[in-house]
Write a protein that binds this ligand. Structure first.
Ligand code: AHR
Length: 503
């Protein structure tokens, strides 16, 4: 049976905030060291940044980079990461059982962003695990105050006369998680987040602040956590965070392919909770969402690896969480992007976790090349063509049964209308076996031409891009897509991510 939907310019979801295409650099494994930073690498610039990686990051279309963690931030001492690199202390990183050399720090992070380009915005997290209001204020002063105070002058003395201009700040990371150093109850965290937010706003009323929400929809405290934290912080913060990672469980690929069903419910439940608190407080303000960690992550492999750690081994930049993504993973990943776009009215920030090597769209070898994973392509295409106004897409689709999420649509789709009136449809066919005929009624959009129908799919759904074969999986053009009399017809290959551009 054919899957169908109608696009109409009168029915929109909302504008896409460019920060929906953010990513995340954590001091974890080889994300920083031998990922973005590798002095001595043939492609390294004078700051030790890998220019081959910078080129790929630009191509990926990353608009914001969250830093320095993640779980790492809950032990972070920002002052260790500034000043002459050779004088910086080596520290134990409890989050990832590693040694942190601090060779890459705050100034290097800002240089990295500036080299990506003006579109890349900093998203800085403060440590609310082992630290509190004072350290957050000191970091903010060091980073942002122009001059004439101890910490702003210290920044200048360290060679950074210009303030870093960090506007967007995360108030800690995953404070609901018992694994987090300095884990807190919702009441404890809510109070600390409120006092930190109040103080940071005293220093600069223009900051934009993200309170920690739940580190997953399955957390036992989910929703109650958000309600308590927002009751304390509602007038003081702008966004609440969500984190979600997906992997197949017990080989159940059909459920895995429907992961975005869970992601959309997570978003909708969080919105409902925010609005419940807003209603109780009789507030007209709307809290928006920062989905600042999302991805496919084979977390069960990491949990097995963590059990093998020797207590006395604290390696520098070990290989951790280096998932190599298949075509199937990329299709699920594309569907997660669709879920974010479908909720662009409330999701204003999203960070793909992470950027390089660690559950990342870009892989590198120390001293060797950098290359694109399968997941690189859906992200780059969505960032490039998913800018404008999201149109309301209500699909009439054949369905299939999943063990985890019940009945799910085979088609998952969204559409974005750019300022120039062109429209891009992003669509996933979740069927592992059947092609899916698609019909879209385009009344009122004035579209006449199929500019491109690009597909990511493969006869081998397990195919991946490797060091030896880095271009094994790339998008290819689809055959037979047609637009006539305001009606688009296409056939979506089994297990495929599709980008259909219309003018
Ligand atoms: O992205 C990897 C880890 O996942 C982050 O450090 C943490 O915030 C989350 O649990």
């Amino acid at each position: 049976r054919t899957a169908r939907f109608t696009l109409d310019p009168a029915f929109t979801v909302g504008p896409v905030d460019p920060r929906l295409f953010g990513s995340f650099v954590e001091h974890l494994g080889r994300c920083v060291y031998t990922g973005i930073h590798e002095p001595g690498h043939p492609a390294a610039d004078a700051d030790g940044l890998r220019t081959d990686v910078l080129d790929l990051v630009r191509e990926l279309g990353v608009t914001a980079v969250r830093y320095p963690g993640g779980n790492f931030v809950s032990g972070y001492r920002w002052e260790d990461s500034v000043g002459p690199a050779e004088d910086r202390p080596r520290r134990l990183d409890l989050a990832w059982h590693s040694t942190e050399t601090n060779r890459f720090g705050l100034s290097e992070y800002i240089s990295f962003l500036r080299k990506i380009g003006p579109q890349a915005e900093p998203v800085m997290a403060v440590n609310l695990g082992t630290r509190g209001v004072t350290e957050a204020l000191e970091l903010q002063e060091y980073a942002n105050h122009p001059a004439g105070t101890a910490l702003s002058d210290l920044r200048t003395a360290h060679g950074d006369k210009d303030p870093f201009g960090i506007r967007l700040w995360c108030l800690g990371n995953e404070m609901d998680g018992p694994w987090q150093t300095g884990h807190k109850t919702a009441e404890e965290y809510g109070r600390l987040a409120a006092e930190t937010a109040r103080a940071m706003r005293q220093q600069d009323p223009g900051v934009e602040l993200v309170a920690c929400g739940s580190s997953g929809r399955s957390m036992p405290t989910f929703a109650a956590w958000e309600a308590t934290v927002l009751t304390e912080t509602y007038d003081l913060v702008d966004h609440i965070s969500l984190h979600a990672y997906y992997e197949p469980h017990d080989g159940d690929l059909d459920s895995f392919l429907a992961s975005a069903v869970d992601m959309e419910s997570f978003i909708e439940d969080t919105v409902a909770t925010c609005d419940h608190v807003g209603a109780k407080l009789k507030s007209t303000k709307k809290i928006t969402l920062s989905f600042d960690e999302w991805n496919v992550w084979y977390m069960s492999r990491w949990q097995e690896q963590a059990e093998t750690f020797a207590q006395d081994d604290w390696p520098e930049a070990p290989r951790l969480l280096e998932d190599h993504y298949s075509v199937t993973d990329a299709v699920v990943f594309g569907s997660l992007l669709i879920a974010l776009l479908r909720h662009a009215d409330r999701v204003k920030i999203a960070c793909l976790a992470q950027l390089v090597n660690v559950i990342a769209p870009i892989l590198t070898e120390p001293g060797g090349p950098a290359w694109r994973q399968t997941t690189f392509h859906p992200f780059a295409q969505a960032s490039r063509y998913g800018r404008g106004e999201v149109l309301d897409v209500r699909v009439d689709s054949p369905t299939y049964e999943t063990a985890r999420y019940g009945t799910a649509d085979l088609l998952h789709a969204t559409a974005v209308r750019a300022d120039d009136g062109t429209v891009t449809v992003f669509a996933v066919n979740r069927s592992r076996t059947g092609a899916l005929p698609l019909e879209i009624a385009l009344g009122g959009l004035g579209l006449t031409t199929v500019v491109e129908h690009s597909v990511l799919a493969d006869a081998d759904p397990d195919a991946r891009n490797t060091l030896d074969e880095p271009e094994r999986v790339t998008p290819h053009p689809a055959e037979g897509t047609d637009l006539a009399d305001g009606r688009l017809t296409a056939v979506l290959e089994p297990l495929s991510w599709n980008v259909i551009r219309l003018a």
